[in-house]
Write a protein of this length. Structure first.
Lengths: 189, 426
């Protein structure tokens, strides 16, 4: 190989120097090709990410007055169901009194509601297992052993704070960004 | 080396083409005189049946696409229009819908054939690997196709399956949103699934081509699992196996037609007659029957990432099967321990299928875990160990011997010194 290369370049340079230069050229060419392919591929890959109209942060205002004590409603934000539930005193107490050691993802109830509005819990209504919508907004729905929500797909159960209490879901229900505009109105997003 | 091909074809027009591009010579070599083991049973029909089904799916799919609208507002209604208003739309759709099920039946039997007769063993490892890749491509295509009618089960099936990727640590959520093109299964998702559902069959055609190329290099396996030793062991593919495949094809198409015309919704889910509703999950989310065993494995593991890993692992293990099975004997006929265990594996998969169709409660949880355990035990522990522990039965000397008339009344392989008879008339 070295002899061939030396013969090919007329034998003026040392065989070693000629090989090094050729390797370098190969490396540069290959890197250029890889970068080029990547530069062409990225726009195609990125075109599959959420587009600007989807990303445009929309917000939803929700009036809380029609929500009866002990039940919840579902509003749509970014195509996702959002649970807004009016908790009873008993439900709040159950959520607050849980030992952290009993939770799959420990988090106190106070971190999951807005201060002074403990009767309202606002959650993204998507099971953290595989994305089903849990049941439990209506008092007549199955709510599971912990009185919160029950996912019909694979049997995950959530408590009245939306924390997962029984698998296979690994995480608590997410809380969307929201704020109280008044005592009876929230803005999600 | 460039140069014109010396063609033997008599017809001057075909000869002119064949001289410049020897496709007719190639067809004659690969599908005409192609030497094929002469002892095939009907299990060897299923490769050809799968090819015919693929062709049926592509043709019906092209015509369905002419009337389908991939938009969340219109998809469900456009499918109803195909069923009610488009001339023969009901027929084209029912053939396509049930064709997916028929395709999986055929391919699952084809895979069983490979497992039972050891078709994955050297030198056919690559042929087998391409086959497993084909299975994955089929599953992706079937899954995306099922989303298109945009019924409740379409929507929630898509949600559950795409959410599998959220189990990936760190980047899971980003990957899922990239797959969706949004924050939930929505219009961008339906659009891209339609595009990919149309693309994938042609990827499958390419893989089938490679599958056949690899097959025609190694030659077919056969029910005895021993190598072809002489031309006496083979028959030309045409007319012998074109005819044998045609017999199987007639039976297959009769069953297919019976389902299409008399029970077209037998394998479907009633929930898919309800338009997709992102705010209401159906009481039971069940995949199509052909995914049930894998769905059962997913649910048998009480851990999200673990379940997803096991489910993909159940296919991944097939890729390395040629190296997990340490026995050199191919056909289960000569493997006294392996033979019953293949049927135990089949039973485990059937049980998993039943588990997948039921809520994960009570006995179904236990059955699911037992069957899942056996599935992996079979491939990862039993097969490697059997190659050492099992004592195979004596193999026949050649394919010809067991099928030629037995002499001396004793049966069994001929003594080595007897010259094998040429293909004479009895």
């Amino acid at each position: 190989m070295a002899e061939l290369a030396a013969a090919g370049t007329g034998g003026h340079h040392g065989a070693h120097g000629g090989d090094g230069r050729r390797d370098f050229l190969r490396l540069i060419t290959a890197s250029g090709a890889v970068i080029g392919v990547g530069a062409i591929a990225w726009p195609l890959i990125d075109s599959m990410n959420p587009s600007k109209d989807v990303l445009a942060l929309s917000s939803v205002e929700t009036d809380l007055t029609p929500i009866e004590l002990g039940s919840g409603i579902t509003v749509v934000w970014r195509g996702k169901p959002i649970f807004v539930r009016h908790r009873t005193e008993k439900e709040i107490k159950e959520a607050e009194d849980v030992q952290m050691s009993q939770l799959i993802e420990p988090q106190p109830d106070s971190e999951r509601v807005k201060a002074g509005h403990a009767q309202w819990i606002v959650l993204i209504g998507i099971c953290t297992h595989l994305g089903c919508v849990p049941l439990g907004n209506k008092p007549t729905d199955p709510r599971g052993e912990w009185g919160g929500w029950f996912c019909p797909c694979h049997g995950s159960q959530y408590d009245t704070s939306g924390r997962v209490r029984h698998g296979p879901a690994p995480l608590n229900l997410y809380i969307p960004p929201y704020a109280f505009e008044s005592n009876t109105k929230i803005k999600i997003g | 080396m460039a140069g014109l091909h010396k063609s033997d074809i008599k017809n001057p027009v075909l000869n002119w083409i064949d001289t410049r591009m020897p496709v007719f010579t190639m067809m004659e070599k690969e599908y005409g005189s192609f030497p094929t083991p002469k002892n095939f049973n009907y299990f060897w029909n299923f490769g050809a049946l799968a090819m015919v089904t693929l062709a049926i799916m592509i043709v019906t799919g092209i015509f369905l696409a002419m009337n389908y609208t991939p938009n969340t507002e219109m998809a469900f209604d456009s499918v109803q229009r195909i069923m009610r208003d488009v001339n023969y739309g009901w027929l084209i759709r029912y053939v396509h819908q049930n064709g997916a099920s028929m395709f999986f039946i055929v391919v699952y039997v084809h895979i069983f054939r490979g497992l039972y007769y050891g078709s994955y063993k050297a030198p056919r490892e690559l042929l087998w690997i391409i086959g497993v890749a084909l299975l994955l491509a089929m599953m992706a295509t079937a899954f995306m196709g099922y989303v298109l009618p945009w019924g409740q089960m379409s929507y929630w099936g898509a949600t559950v399956i795409t959410n599998l990727f959220s189990a990936i640590p760190l980047v899971g959520t980003d990957i899922v949103q990239w797959l969706w093109g949004g924050f939930s299964v929505s219009n961008p998702t339906l659009n891209r699934f339609f595009s990919l559902h149309y693309l994938m069959p042609f990827v499958i055609v390419g893989l089938v081509f490679l599958h056949v190329v690899a097959l025609h290099i190694t030659g077919s396996n056969n029910p005895l699992g021993i190598d072809v030793k002489s031309p006496q062991d083979t028959l030309p593919f045409h007319p012998y196996y074109t005819v044998k495949d045609s017999v199987g094809l007639c039976v297959f198409l009769a069953i297919f037609a019976a389902i299409v015309f008399f029970a077209p919704n037998m394998l479907g889910d009633p929930n898919n007659f309800i338009p997709a509703n992102p705010l209401q999950t159906p009481a039971d989310i069940v995949p199509e029957w052909y995914f049930l065993p894998f769905y059962a494995i997913l649910r048998s593991v009480p851990n999200k990432l673990g379940g997803v890993a096991m489910m993909f692992g159940s296919i991944a293990v097939l890729f390395v099967l040629p190296w997990l099975d340490t026995s050199r004997v191919r056909s289960a006929r000569f493997r006294p321990i392996y033979r019953p265990l293949v049927f135990v594996l089949v039973a485990a998969v059937v049980v998993l299928g039943m588990v997948g169709a039921h809520r994960p409660e009570g006995i179904w949880v236990v059955l699911g875990r037992v069957a899942t355990t056996y599935y992996f035990l079979h491939f990862l522990v039993i097969l490697p160990a059997l190659g050492i522990l099992e004592k195979p039965l004596p193999l026949p000397e050649s394919i010809s011997n067991p099928v030629l008339p037995r002499r001396g009344g004793g049966g069994g392989p001929l003594p080595g010194g007897v010259p094998a008879a040429p293909m004479e008339k009895p």
